[in-house]
Design a protein around this ligand. Structure first.
Ligand code: DGY
Length: 325
């Protein structure tokens, strides 16, 4: 029976409910030990497959895509970000690429606020003090951080996640500034102040949240020159993609006291982050877990499956096709 189902490679270990549906509908090739395949292993494992369910960090570069079997028709990534896939190379081979927008908006916005608050309120130092058994009791000057309520938040990238961050920040009575490729209509803007030039926004940001995709234009966008435009003592939060910031510049700015702190969930070259971050006691750092709730990861998997099933089982255009930028 399973011989007649299209063969789909799961490049990673996905949540049980997602793998159950994958196995029910496809001849699924699973990765139960969650080995992170290199390009050669991906090409080998994809042999005979018509679909690929992949994830952030997979080496789906032009060289790998050029060597995929002719049977491969779709690469469905279990992520909204798709910078790990050379979409142009896939298009050249007639391979459809899909992603999972919307379903991780809330979880990612939640973790953005966690990073913002964690960095502002020196949560990492507090946790370290407590767990290191060094807390000697409450003190009037202990771990004084940066006040959040009523401050100015600048958001770079006002897509779904940026807007969800703004919604949450309004509960802290923050004034929202944003920069985006296009200005939002008034109902979506909801009082946020638009800056056509993101550089002009920086001077207004007590907090800066990066919520833009990683593209050639945004790579290392937050560099030393732009950090210099932020007010002294500002806090930078990145839950988008690590390479949007220039690590050396960001680390230097925290070390010098130009920035009060940073709250980061993503890193250039993850999981091997710049070692300078380990030496910043105030930095609030998380291991790329913005979408890591069971509900969200299931929803991401189901969305990836919706894409695979549309094309491979029904011959329809998948609902979330990614196009070459
Ligand atoms: C996404 O979906 O892009 C998340 O960051 C997980 O990779």
């Amino acid at each position: 029976m399973s011989d007649h189902k299209p063969r789909v490679l799961a490049t990673r270990l996905f949540p049980p409910a997602v793998e159950a549906r994958l196995q029910a509908n496809f001849d699924a090739v699973l990765n139960p030990r969650d080995v992170v395949y290199d390009a050669d292993q991906l090409v080998q494992a994809a042999d005979g497959c018509t679909g690929l369910m992949c994830a952030a960090g997979d080496a789906l570069n032009a060289a790998a895509i050029a060597r995929f079997p002719d049977t491969l028709r779709i690469i469905a990534t279990f992520s909204v970000g798709y910078e790990h896939i050379d979409v142009a190379a896939a298009a050249k081979r007639g391979i459809v690429v899909t992603n999972t927008p919307d379903v991780l908006t809330d979880a990612t916005a939640d973790i953005t606020l966690l990073c913002l608050l964690g960095a502002a309120r020196r949560a990492q130092e507090g946790i370290d003090m407590l767990r290191g058994r060094r807390w000697e009791g409450w003190a009037p000057t202990q771990l004084m951080g940066t006040h959040v309520t009523g401050k100015r938040l600048g958001i770079v990238g006002m897509g779904r996640i940026g807007q969800a961050v703004a919604d949450r920040a309004r509960a802290f009575r923050m004034t929202i500034h944003y920069s985006n490729r296009r200005r939002l209509p008034p109902d979506q803007e909801n009082g946020a102040i638009f800056h056509a030039d993101p550089e002009a926004m920086l001077g207004h940001c007590d907090f800066l949240s990066l919520n833009c995709p990683l593209t050639a234009d945004t790579r290392h966008w937050l560099n030393a020159a732009r950090i210099a435009r932020l007010p002294d003592g500002a806090i930078v939060v990145n839950t988008a993609r690590g390479p949007v910031v220039d690590d050396a510049a960001l680390i230097a700015a925290v070390r010098s006291g130009k920035l009060a702190s940073v709250g980061l969930d993503v890193f250039d070259g993850e999981p091997r982050l710049n070692p300078g971050y380990h030496d910043l006691p105030t930095a609030f750092l998380l291991p790329h877990m913005g979408s890591a709730t069971l509900e969200t990861r299931n929803a991401m998997g189901f969305r990836a499956l919706d894409n695979l099933e549309a094309l491979l089982l029904r011959g329809e255009t998948p609902p979330h096709v990614v196009t070459v930028a």
